[in-house]
Design a protein around this ligand. Structure first.
Ligand code: FE2
Ligand code: FE2
Length: 145
């Protein structure tokens, strides 16, 4: 099977994003636990696991295409001094993800690579849900203040 190198590039870029997201959510979960906010800590931990599952799906696709997964350098986790800072940093991360998957889907479509389109569209839908979820969490917090 000849594999389009630019599709592999998108899959690798997506993998780097997902590993960064795992690092960020897991680190924030630890910080929230240190703050004594156990509900937020477990919510963030669940997010980390969802992002890990995205990484796993991308790895499977790369391996099927004959490539060893290799995420690039991960940016430092953005922690924030307050919960609001944290959620704002997470929203930036998720909006970046939506942009990345939008472009990746468009490329895979041009290549008529149906399996990559299905995978990338599936993850895109979940990233859109993450943005909505964060907006919900932020709204909930401001309504309680
Ligand atoms: Fe993700
Ligand atoms: Fe996400």
């Amino acid at each position: 099977m000849s594999v389009d190198p630019r599709t592999l590039g998108w899959l690798s870029r997506a993998l780097t994003h997902e590993m960064s997201a795992v690092q960020q959510y897991l680190a924030q979960s630890v910080l929230a636990r240190l703050w004594g906010d156990y509900a937020l800590s477990s919510q963030l931990r669940r997010e980390a696991v969802e992002e890990l599952q995205h990484a796993e799906r991308l790895m499977e696709r790369l391996i099927v295409l004959g490539v060893a997964p290799s995420a690039g350098n991960l940016p430092p986790a953005r922690l924030g001094r307050t919960v609001e800072d944290m959620l704002a940093a997470d929203r930036v991360l998720e909006v970046d993800a939506v942009r990345l998957y939008d472009e990746a889907v468009a490329h895979a479509r041009r290549m008529r690579d149906a399996d990559s389109v299905a995978l990338l569209e599936g993850i895109l839908a979940e990233e859109l849900a993450h943005v909505r979820e964060l907006d919900g969490m932020t709204a909930e917090r401001t309504s309680h203040d």
